[in-house]
Write a protein that binds this ligand. Structure first.
Ligand code: NAP
Length: 495
């Protein structure tokens, strides 16, 4: 079906309206307008209505965060930590309810949605503890009358901008380290999945966060983006999203604004001739198709050694054709809908490009029959005879599309895996310790997986990309995730 013919169906019921949260109050936008958060599994359902905020609303959010900063940075760290812990308890206690909302607004399965809320709670707890021991150093020197030491201080107002694919866990790994280190925050979630971010903000507010410390504002990027990123009052912007948007924001901010841009990927899985092929197939399916191929670290290129290519591909296609596609609220579904109409259009567009460039082995069809008629469903597509120059091998698609590229040797596989502007995640399936060692050292990716999926990262380990996947100066997650939100001051003290 031609993407431009996708029709907008009638709406089902009146949805709840959600406000912005600015300066300790739930407020409506001065624009007087809202936008709809739509269920991608059934686009007749509006999950919630959110404020289509204006530049003036964005200015209010920045000013509110600025006004709250002095008091918050002097708030005892044990009190800041307690708020994160109570917020974590709230997310855990409400995980079943919030997970259903997340599935309805984004499309992922209930199990993945619940996991995301539990993981976000884990992130809050992690930073509640780690933040309390994140300090400076003392420096040995010659003067017995003097002490020289450094301390880490908060930056001030931090803006957090996040995508729709992990609408709770990504904001949590930005907001928790920002708050525990004494910053105040303006949080703008994706316009395509704002409700889960609202629940995260709610968890912190009910936990006792003072007014102005966290400001939640919804609205289209073009309306609120410049104010919350380019204002000189904003000291740092932590962003996760597409490389295009990240680059645009990075270029537009003032020189003194710190940026952390976590962006796209074109992540490879190398399958060596010695790999356990059944496991390699599972890595490709789990890494490439869970979240309907909409993970930034999702596998999209599979580089397979020529001698095992046929056996691998046959098993891959057979398993993919047995996957169940449907609404994430229904237990047992393997693949849900694409999250937005725009994403559906993009993915269908790339499938058409792929059909012209390479050979389609299976899938790539929009599902429109019973149960699918109001959702953004596409069957997973596997392309073979893909070469490096093809667009499906080079551009981020962000959907259930796998490109199989034949390789002749480990060196050939490595060169092709690295031949991309991106550097987010990469995996290899092999039993050979030599390949494991060399791959870890030579692959250009921030997350390296050996006999594991390209997707997935720990709360307590650093996360981020190389090359065009990240500005790379600061990592997210883990203890190093605190660094972005602090600046170092050195003090020479004599009495
Ligand atoms: P997106 O279109 O770039 O949007 C991400 C966020 O940025 C949204 O909140 C969006 O607001 C906002 N935004 C866009 N342009 C802006 C601007 N000029 N100023 C201020 N805000 C702006 O990305 P997406 O479609 O939501 O997410 C998919 C992308 O995220 C993929 O490329 C994926 O690889 C990437 N991603 C990366 C990671 C990682 O850790 N590296 C993790 C997850 C996803 P609106 O929603 O209002 O447009």
């Amino acid at each position: 079906m031609n993407a431009s013919t996708i029709a907008v169906p009638p709406r089902l019921a009146t949805a709840q309206e959600f406000g912005n949260y600015i300066n300790g109050e739930i407020v409506v936008s001065r624009s007087g307008t809202t936008f709809d958060d739509v269920n991608p599994a059934d686009t007749r359902e509006i999950v919630g209505r959110f404020q289509a905020s204006s530049k003036e609303d964005a200015q209010d959010a920045v000013e509110s965060a600025a006004a709250a900063f002095e008091s918050w940075r002097k708030t005892p760290i044990s009190k800041r930590a307690k708020i994160l812990t109570v917020a974590a308890e709230y997310l855990e206690a409400n995980a079943d309810t919030f997970a259903r909302e997340l599935t309805r607004e984004e499309g992922k399965s209930l199990a993945l949605a619940k996991d995301e809320f539990m993981r976000s709670a884990q992130t809050l707890r992690f930073y509640a503890v780690e933040g309390q021991s994140f300090g400076g150093e003392t420096f040995p020197q010659d003067d017995p009358e003097m002490t020289v030491f450094s301390q880490r201080e908060p930056l001030g107002v931090v803006t957090a901008i996040t995508p729709w694919n992990f609408p709770v866990s990504i904001p949590a790994r930005k907001i928790a380290p920002a708050l525990i280190t004494g910053n105040t925050v303006v949080f703008k979630p994706s316009s395509d999945a704002p409700l889960s971010g609202y629940r995260l903000a709610e968890s912190l507010i009910q936990a006792g966060l003072p007014k102005g410390v966290l400001n939640f504002i919804t609205g289209r990027a073009g309306d609120v983006g410049p104010t919350i990123t380019e204002s000189r009052v904003v000291r740092a912007v932590t962003f996760t999203g597409s490389t295009g948007a990240g680059e645009q924001i990075h270029r537009a901010v003032p020189l003194t604004t710190r940026t952390q841009m976590e962006m796209g990927g074109k992540n490879p899985l190398i399958v060596m001739e010695d790999a356990d092929l059944d496991k390699a197939v599972d890595l490709a399916i789990k890494g490439g198709l869970s979240l309907t191929g909409q993970a930034c670290t999702g596998t999209s290129r599979i580089l397979v050694m020529a001698p095992v290519k046929k056996a691998f591909t046959d098993r891959l296609v057979a398993k993919i054709q047995a996957l169940k596609i449907g609404n994430g609220l229904v237990p047992g579904m393997d693949i849900g809908p694409l999250a937005t109409a725009k994403q559906l259009e993009t993915v269908l567009g790339y499938i058409e490009i792929g059909k012209r460039e390479a050979k389609l082995l299976c899938g790539g069809e929009r599902l429109t029959g019973e149960g699918y008629e109001y959702g953004h469903y596409v069957t997973p597509a596997v392309f073979t005879e893909v070469t490096q120059q093809m667009r499906i091998a080079r551009e981020e698609i962000f959907g259930p599309v796998l490109a199989i590229i034949e390789v002749a040797s480990y060196a050939d596989a490595l060169a092709k895996a690295n031949d991309t502007e991106y550097g987010l995640a990469a995996a290899i399936a092999t039993r050979n310790p030599r390949y494991m060692h060399d791959f870890a050292n030579d692959i250009q990716a921030g997350s390296v997986k050996i006999n594991r999926t390209t997707t997935g990262n720990l709360v307590n380990a650093p996360f981020g990309g190389l090359k065009m996947s990240s500005t790379s100066t600061f990592r997210e997650s883990g203890r190093v995730g605190l660094e972005f939100f602090t600046q170092v001051k050195t003090i020479y003290r004599a009495c």
